[in-house]
Design a protein around this ligand. Structure first.
Ligand SMILES: [Zn+2]
Ligand SMILES: [Zn+2]
Length: 330
């Protein structure tokens, strides 16, 4: 079963059909912006390791839902797992958020030789961390995993304590402290910039969300990727922190939980709209927008409609699907 979004083809996960094709050229702000250097391939779980060698970013969507998982037939084409996106930078792995999608990433990683990775958390609401206890690498002593969070120290909290609390009995039988993997935890302040090994630069900014959240930008070998969820916009005002973070980025993943029409009855709920994502991406001269953090109430038919309307509004926008892989070479 396939559907054509106008940008790339979507195929059901059970299909063996594979797609790898160049995206069409885009006309943004009066000029063509997309060259043939971005590719989308279905089903990252079957793609080869280190596809890009030492250059570029490979982005894989392991979970694209917000709030809670929805493993239902009506949602299967876009996917039911909660937030998790991995970014391969040469031989380094970064994973954004540890929602239920991280289980698939862990299974993929177990088949590879890589044993060190960074987990960058937007925040610690359940849909962004509750896959962590089911992330296979934490049960292997040869893994070295560094977990980062940018919005807790200002609240008198630490990421290590929060992750430990979510794995305590009687709600979970295995403690964080007993995990075999080598785990490291770092709290930073949203707005900080830091470098990871291998020439990877991470920039961050604070988001508007209950209990706070942090957005990230990865820069590596001339390519740039931004992860911006969860956040609420103010109508009529583009968030200056987000605008600065995503300026000129190759790909922006954005909290698009609602449509503009729905948002009118959801003010204060902490989330944004795909139309606001387009407004930000266009204003910041970004190249592509991934509509992300889908509302569980939005089934495949609804998301098909969003995909069509978004592509019509701005050809740089597409709806993130679980399993999709995007290569950015800067
Ligand atoms: Zn969320
Ligand atoms: Zn949240």
């Amino acid at each position: 079963m396939t559907a054509d979004s106008g940008l790339f083809r979507l195929s059901a996960p059970q299909s063996s059909f594979q797609v790898e094709q160049d995206l069409p050229r885009l006309g943004v702000g009066g000029r063509s912006r997309i060259e043939s250097d971005i590719k989308i391939k279905e089903d990252g779980r079957t793609s080869s390791e280190n596809l890009l060698g030492e250059r570029g970013l490979k982005v894989t969507f392991w979970g694209v839902r917000g709030s809670f998982p929805c493993p239902r037939l009506s949602h299967i084409r876009y996917g039911g797992n909660t937030s998790c996106v991995s970014v391969q930078c040469g031989n380094q792995s970064i994973v954004f958020d540890a929602g239920t999608g991280i289980r698939g990433f862990g299974q993929w990683l177990m088949q590879r030789s890589q044993r060190r990775l960074h987990v960058l958390l937007s925040h610690v609401h359940w849909d962004h961390i509750n896959g962590f206890p089911f992330f296979d690498p934490v049960y292997k002593s040869d893994f070295n995993i560094h977990v980062w969070a940018g919005s807790l120290s200002q609240q008198g909290q630490s990421i290590q304590a929060i992750m430990s609390q979510q794995m305590q009995g009687p709600t979970f039988p295995i403690s964080l402290e007993s995990l075999p993997a080598s785990l490291q935890f770092t709290d930073f302040k949203a707005g900080d910039t830091f470098d990871l090994e291998g020439g990877i630069r991470i920039r961050t900014t604070a988001l508007a969300h209950p209990n706070h959240a942090t957005a990230y930008r990865v820069e590596y070998q001339g390519a740039s990727f931004c992860y911006v969820t969860d956040t609420e916009h103010r109508e009529g005002t583009l968030d200056p922190g987000i605008l600065s973070l995503i300026r000129g980025a190759d790909l922006v993943v954005y909290d698009s939980t609602y449509t503009d029409a729905e948002y009118a009855t959801r003010v204060g709920w902490g989330h944004s709209t795909w139309q606001e994502g387009v407004r930000l991406a266009v204003a910041a001269d970004a190249r592509r927008l991934a509509i992300f953090h889908h509302d569980p109430d939005h089934d495949d038919d609804f998301m098909d409609q969003v995909a069509a309307e978004a592509a019509n509004l701005w050809p740089g926008a597409f709806v993130a699907t679980e399993g999709a892989v995007i290569e950015l070479t800067g």
